[in-house]
Design a protein around this ligand. Structure first.
Ligand code: ZN
Length: 155
């Protein structure tokens, strides 16, 4: 296959790309693409808050203990942060904040449920695109998750 050399917009390194994809290609990797998206040149830049390509909202919180474990560095997922504010502590390993209606940037606290990763995996694996059956299944699952008096959802 014919390849061509392009220069990555983020890291400025040259990389080889299959020619038929070269026209649209701007980054050497998905990591560079995501990093570039944080910059001010990006129209989605709103002072430390942006939508990632997979639909989640990231917040710039460089002092947060998890911020440097994430990529991009210094950013954390907004829905996790909102849940932490609600419960008054940092999330533990294995705790997953799930969007009840399946909309990943709908970060109102009423749309967020704190689950363990095993529940969340069963939810995510069972459904994908936002369709009517998907919404219904989501809400069926949400009904099965009981809410305790601190607003935390558990099995
Ligand atoms: Zn790059």
């Amino acid at each position: 296959m014919k390849t061509t050399i392009k220069k990555c917009l983020n890291c400025k390194k040259e990389y080889a790309i299959v020619q038929r994809r070269a026209e649209k290609s701007r980054y050497c990797s998905i990591v560079c693409k995501n990093k570039y998206a944080i910059g001010e040149h990006n129209s989605r830049w709103k002072g430390g808050r942006f939508h990632s390509s997979n639909g989640y909202i990231w917040l710039y919180k460089p002092d947060h203990p998890f911020a440097n474990k994430c990529d991009p560095k210094g950013y954390i997922l907004e829905h996790r942060f909102i849940m932490e504010q609600k419960i008054g502590r940092y999330l533990k390993r294995g705790e997953v904040v799930h969007h009840i209606n399946g909309v990943r940037d709908d970060n109102g606290i009423e749309n967020l449920v704190l689950t363990t990763s095993s529940i969340n995996i069963s939810i995510s694996n069972s459904i994908r695109p936002v369709t009517e059956s998907y919404r219904k299944k989501r809400s069926d699952i949400a009904k099965r998750i009981k809410r305790n008096n601190r607003g935390i959802f558990t099995k």
